[in-house]
Write a protein that binds this ligand. Structure first.
Ligand code: UD1
Ligand code: PEP
Length: 500
């Protein structure tokens, strides 16, 4: 007999809630949702719900067919209040972990966030022989022995920063075979500047079958050289800085990226004995040294996480404070928030306090390399603009494919018109009205933007695809809950229904 009469689209889902298993049965015949205690499904006692099987007293009811997927359920309309602790910067931590391969001695790193991207990066380091240990936010890396010059493809393919190890391996060992990276799907994201820069330091570099093969000309050490970046690429600047730190002679890199994370990597390398001058300017001069030594290094707070929480406060018209936060890393963002009507204060040198003004109004934003408005906050800021009055114009100049959140925002009721890289965002008095519906995160910051939209929307928003968010925000839902947001992490377990 059929235990459940199912047709296409029917799903059995279950949720874990502090060890208490709840069954959520979605019936295709009636589109409404029914909740059951774990004791009964259609009158049959449920004996066991494991990640693989759902059993009743009569036998197996369903079998897992796909990976368990998680989503956020957000009930909008709540004000936030209180204080949020900001984690260490993802993009600093990733670059510093890559840079750890330059050093022959143990390193103690502090403020390393616990994120999926960091886990993948640790796997990349371990795959070439580094020993990595974590205790809370402290991570020690011992890369004294490099046992392989070819990092694991699977881990490397999960994030962009995995590619940056090419600079460290080539600088230290004169050879590397590095898989092409992954990362957010926000444009073509070539690696030509990395490759051309490494060639300028005397490496022979070939790209074939998804891997980059690089060798110093004499097979041992790179030689200092001059390289001008056509665009101030964050990753290429970091790759080349690591490579040049261990090259013979002086390297001069011009038109480099000036993002705080690039400066953080430079400061970390300097603390290991590298000789780099010009930090914060667009030209870096790097005198190569024989080897790098150990250090204790604390990375900077995450300015993108800070900016996301500032926007969370603005979109819910709330007052919250946050620390550690370095206001000068976020000047372009706080300036825009003040321009639209938010009040921002700096209670101490490493904290920020935001309160909403009477009404928030439209503005125009153009993303650009630091110190410009960061592309990594563009989707979140666009979401905020849909709740303000007036019509805003947002131009994305860094990544040609970073408008994928628009389609999802439209599902939530946002009125946004896009022409190539320019979006016209209509505010709440111009046709945008956010109402909760299911939406899907297409990348990390798009996901954060949808969560923010959910906080402001009427009703309940489901954000799927939250593995993207877990790549880059530490305890995002937990931190929002502490501020008073109604957001829950739920799990869906698609199962194939069985006959008994
Ligand atoms: C792990 C990490 O740190 N990620 C950040 C880093 O990414 P990432 O280092 O990948 O970003 P880049 O600064 O390199 O990219 C900026 C622009 O340069 C182009 N480009 C880049 C390299 C290259 O060889 N050729 C080329 O044309 C890219 O396609 C893009 O259009 O900086 C971006 C810009 O601030 C941020 O959004 C990412 O969060
Ligand atoms: C684009 C981002 O990350 P990645 O470069 O790792 O894809 C980001 O942090 O927003």
């Amino acid at each position: 007999m059929y235990l459940l009469f199912c047709s296409a689209g029917e799903r059995v889902e279950h949720e874990y809630n502090l060890g208490h298993v709840m069954m959520l049965l979605l019936e295709s015949s009636a589109s409404s949702c029914h909740r059951f205690q774990s004791t009964s499904v259609h009158g049959l006692a449920v004996r066991n719900v494991s990640p693989a099987e759902i059993r009743t007293e009569n036998g197996v009811l369903g079998r897992r067919t796909e990976r368990l997927t998680e989503y956020f359920e957000i009930l909008g309309g709540n004000r936030l209040s209180g204080h949020v602790s900001i984690s260490g910067a993802k993009n600093s931590a990733l670059a510093v972990l890559a840079g750890a391969l330059c050093s022959e001695q143990e390193l103690n790193l502090q403020m390393i966030p616990d994120l999926h991207d960091i886990h993948s990066m640790v796997q990349v380091l371990q795959s070439v022989g580094a020993k990595v240990k974590r205790s809370g936010a402290d991570v020690t890396v011992d890369a004294s022995e490099i046992s392989s010059l070819e990092p694991c493809s699977e881990a490397s393919g999960k994030l962009r920063a995995s590619f940056f190890v090419i600079g460290a391996l080539l600088g230290r060992k004169g050879q590397a075979v590095v898989p092409l990276p992954g990362g957010c799907d926000i444009g073509a994201r070539p690696i030509d500047l990395h490759v051309r820069g490494l060639r300028a330091l005397g490496a022979q570099v070939d790209v074939r079958q998804g891997k980059v093969y690089a060798t110093a000309l004499n097979g041992k050490r790179l030689t200092g050289g001059r390289f001008h970046l056509d665009f101030p690429s964050v990753g290429a600047t970091e790759t080349l800085m690591m490579a040049a730190a261990l090259a013979d002679g002086e390297t001069v890199l011009s038109n480099v990226a000036r993002e705080p994370e690039v400066i953080d990597l430079a400061q970390f390398l300097i603390s290991c004995g590298a000789k780099i001058v010009g930090l914060g300017t667009s030209t870096l001069a790097i005198q190569g040294v024989e080897k790098l030594h150990g250090t204790d290094y604390r990375i900077i707070p995450d300015r993108i996480e800070t900016g996301t929480f500032l926007i969370a406060a603005a979109i819910t018209r709330s007052s919250i404070s946050m620390s550690p936060a370095l206001p000068h890393h976020l000047a372009a963002v706080t300036e825009k928030l003040q321009q639209i009507g938010c009040k921002i204060q700096q209670p101490s040198s490493d904290s920020l306090l935001i309160s909403p003004g009477r009404g928030l109004s439209s503005t125009s934003v153009t993303t650009s390399p630091h110190p410009g408005f960061p592309t990594d906050l563009q989707p979140q800021f666009m979401t905020l603009m849909t709740t303000c009055t007036g019509r805003s114009v947002i131009e994305e100049t860094v990544f040609e494919g970073r408008m994928r959140h628009v389609e999802q925002l439209r599902k939530l009721g946002a009125k946004v018109m896009v022409n190539k890289s320019v979006a016209v965002v209509y505010g709440r008095d111009q046709g945008s009205h956010l109402r909760g519906v299911p939406v899907t995160a297409t990348d990390l910051r798009a996901g954060a933007a949808l969560v923010l939209a959910g906080l402001a929307a009427d009703g309940t928003t489901h954000v799927e695809g939250i593995s993207h968010i877990d790549r880059g925000y530490e305890l995002f839902d937990h931190k929002l809950r502490l501020l008073g947001a109604r957001i829950e992490r739920r799990a869906t377990l698609p199962v194939e229904l069985m006959t008994l």
